[in-house]
Write a protein that binds this ligand. Structure first.
Ligand code: GLA
Length: 386
């Protein structure tokens, strides 16, 4: 527990109300491999982490919702009968979206006071939005005894993202944040929504996150565009193979045999997704075998895939990845998450971390006039009561 952040949240809560709050932690996530495969019913390998969002919440007798974001020093007040999305990218959307899903699912509750704050960077590909959505679902379930299991909560959280944030995301972020297990990554099958857990042991190496501190606009439109390119490819292939429902069902041979029928870009996107699914499986083996070199190689191949085929990187993260890859003490790295900025996940020998971060920071500043932030994380348990 980050006591500093929790204390800040509790202090603010006691300034705003005289009630005793329920306190909850909801983590962000990393993703080792498996990018943009989730909405194609493929495989991903994420983990919840020790950074996330802390919530203090108490019920109100009336219908009003009082929200306060400690980090932004921003308050938002509304009522249960006025649940509509605000303009995009406004933080209340992630809270109100979940409330709205629960109201639509006919859960019965009154208003509440909610204060939250966190130690996870926003827009860095670490799923601060899923952490927030999950925390709200978990908090309301706790407060009002709604009887939801974690699986149901995270599905409402995902739909909140669709309906209030306008991003047609897959299940990975909400699942990873809600269902994490300390010291483990999960291999999640995004079709059956079944996960197996694997110890994250890296044979003398460590994972380090490097935040590029850029997050380019249009992320949601580019994201939704990638998703529809994949769906378009599936619909073309399904004309001849009606049993094919998603790229999960498409083998490399079937994809090749439809190459001429597909739009070149849709073919390229689909090929990436098929290869990335294979990398997730290969990563599970590499972890099992403690084969750090192979883990690094798969990270690099993943980076090449999202850079050249899926085209969701940007010049800043390309630069950071290229520079890092050249170091002998780094086995591999790649940009993590939805795309166009955010964090790199780097597989590095621990004793080189300090000098690496210093030198990379200098090179980055010279190239872009920007600083990086290094973030140490470890896999941790999912959304929980404190
Ligand atoms: C975002 C989405 C996820 C997933 C990743 C890319 O984080 O929310 O569902 O698609 O991008 O892997």
């Amino acid at each position: 527990v980050n006591q500093l952040v929790l204390d800040r949240v509790l202090k603010k809560f006691s300034e705003l109300t005289s009630h005793n709050p329920v306190t909850i932690f909801s983590p962000g996530r990393i993703n080792l491999i498996g990018e943009h495969t989730d909405y194609n019913e493929g495989f991903v390998m994420p983990a919840a982490v020790n950074l996330g969002i802390y919530f203090a919440i108490a019920p109100r007798k009336d219908q009003t919702i009082h929200l306060h974001a400690v980090d932004l020093e921003d308050t938002y007040i509304t009522t249960l009968s006025e649940l509509t999305p605000l303009v995009p990218n406004q933080w209340p959307n992630y809270v109100l979206g979940v409330v709205s899903e629960l109201v639509n699912a006919r859960y019965d509750f009154t208003g509440f006071d909610l204060v939250f704050g966190g130690d996870i960077p926003v827009g860095a590909g670490m799923s601060s939005s899923a952490a927030l959505e999950n925390g709200v679902a978990f908090a309301l379930n706790e407060l009002y005894d709604l009887g939801m299991g974690k699986m149901e909560m995270l599905q409402h959280a995902q739909l909140a993202e669709h309906h209030f944030a306008g991003v047609k995301c897959g299940i990975m972020d909400q699942f990873a944040s809600m269902m994490g297990q300390k010291d483990h990554v999960m291999l999640l099958d995004c079709r059956s929504i079944d996960a197996s857990y694997h110890p994250l042991s890296l044979a003398g190496y460590e994972l380090l996150l490097i935040n590029s501190n850029v997050s380019h606009e249009l992320v949601s439109s580019a994201y939704n565009e990638r998703r529809s390119q994949c769906e378009e490819a599936v619909s073309v292939i399904a004309e001849r193979h009606p049993d094919i429902k998603s790229l999960r069902d498409v083998s490399p041979e079937v994809l090749e045999s439809h190459k001429s029928a597909l739009d070149p870009l849709e073919y390229q996107r689909s090929r990436y997704v098929l290869q990335e699914n294979e990398r997730v499986q290969a990563m599970a083996n590499a972890l099992q075998n403690g084969d750090a070199a192979r883990i690094g190689q798969l990270l690099n191949q993943g980076q090449d895939g999202i850079r050249y085929d899926y085209e969701i990187t940007c010049k800043e993260t390309d630069f950071l990845a290229d520079w890092s890859r050249d170091q002998s003490y780094i086995l591999g790295c790649r940009q993590m998450g939805g795309g166009f900025g955010g964090c790199l996940v780097v597989l590095i020998r621990g004793e080189h971390k300090r000098s690496y971060v210093e030198e990379l920071n200098q090179a980055y500043a010279k190239a872009f006039g920007q600083e990086i932030t290094a973030i140490d994380v470890s896999p941790d348990d999912g959304t929980r009561l404190l």
